[in-house]
Design a protein around this ligand. Structure first.
Ligand code: B1M
Length: 216
């Protein structure tokens, strides 16, 4: 378990948009054998959430949000690199196509999900961010995916997760691919409403839900 002082420090340097310190702490914790996911979930994610709250309340502005996002990305890259080195399964667990939906550039959380899925033996085709529904479907067909995962961070873009479900139905593909949705505004209720097969709260939950989908 990472000590509380390090957690507090990592969170506060992120809120203060201090890239060098965040990178240094991430490297130090991981080199000392700390759990990269614990560092994410106890320090960096609460930190970026605090930044988001301050931005939402008008106490912090877009340039600062962008700087904090840059720090978060740098820290996440180090965590993702560490996760890639901890492959927990030699067997290929299934094929997942994943993307952040059209009109949405938030990809930090999605990249963590991708890294953890890869570390768990899934073959993951990451289409990136701001990806149109048609491109997602095309890739899923192309690689014969088992699961399609979408991430959305904006209330205005999560509607594309619904568009995907509609497109699957209209093309007669609903039974062919399982779907999983995630992202800060996404809820189990939303997933049920649009007909997605699963909802995941975080990366760990995402891996568990995809395993469940593939065994059902
Ligand atoms: Co934006 N932004 N942003 N932003 N941003 C939010 C989402 C917002 C809530 C902030 C706020 O106002 N409080 C707000 C949305 C409000 C709303 O929709 N009602 C907002 C806004 C308004 C905007 C802009 C419109 C601002 C502007 O330009 N005026 C703009 C939109 C750009 C666009 O997309 N078109 C914008 C831009 C940006 C940046 C570019 C500066 C940057 C993103 C950089 C990047 O991602 N490369 C950014 C950031 C960083 C945020 C906040 C602060 C943090 C997001 C994040 O990285 N969280 C965010 C506030 C917040 O969410 N609290 C905010 C950490 C990450 C690890 O969590 O992504 O939730 P998350 O992922 C989690 C889980 O959700 C889950 O697992 C992950 C790991 O635990 N998960 C999945 C996610 N996807 C999954 C998929 C799965 C399974 C699980 O399976 C497929």
């Amino acid at each position: 378990m990472i000590d509380q002082a390090t957690i507090d420090e990592a969170k506060s340097v992120l809120v203060a948009q201090n890239r060098d310190r965040a990178v240094e702490i991430a490297r130090r914790v991981i080199a000392a054998g700390g759990d990269p996911l614990e560092l994410m979930s106890r320090a960096f994610i609460p930190g970026i959430n605090e930044v988001g709250d301050l931005f939402g309340r008008g106490q912090l502005f877009l340039p600062e949000l962008m700087l904090a996002a840059d720090v978060m990305k740098a820290a996440t890259d180090i965590v993702n690199e560490a996760l890639a080195g901890t492959s927990r399964s030699a067997q290929k667990a299934g094929t997942v196509v994943i993307a952040t939906v059209k009109g949405d550039v938030h990809d930090i959380g999605k990249c963590i999900v991708v890294s953890l899925m890869r570390a768990n033996g899934f073959t993951v085709h990451d289409l990136g961010r701001d990806v149109a529904t048609d491109a997602i479907l095309e890739k899923a067909l192309d690689v014969n995916a088992d699961v399609i995962g979408t991430s959305a961070l904006l209330t205005t873009t999560m509607t594309h997760q619904k568009t995907l479900e509609e497109a699957l139905k209209s093309h007669g593909l609903k039974g062919r691919f399982k779907t999983i949705v995630g992202g800060a505004p996404v809820t189990p209720r939303w997933a049920a409403r649009i007909g997605a097969d699963a909802y995941a709260e975080d990366a760990q939950d995402g891996v568990g839900k995809v395993k469940q989908l593939l065994s059902s």
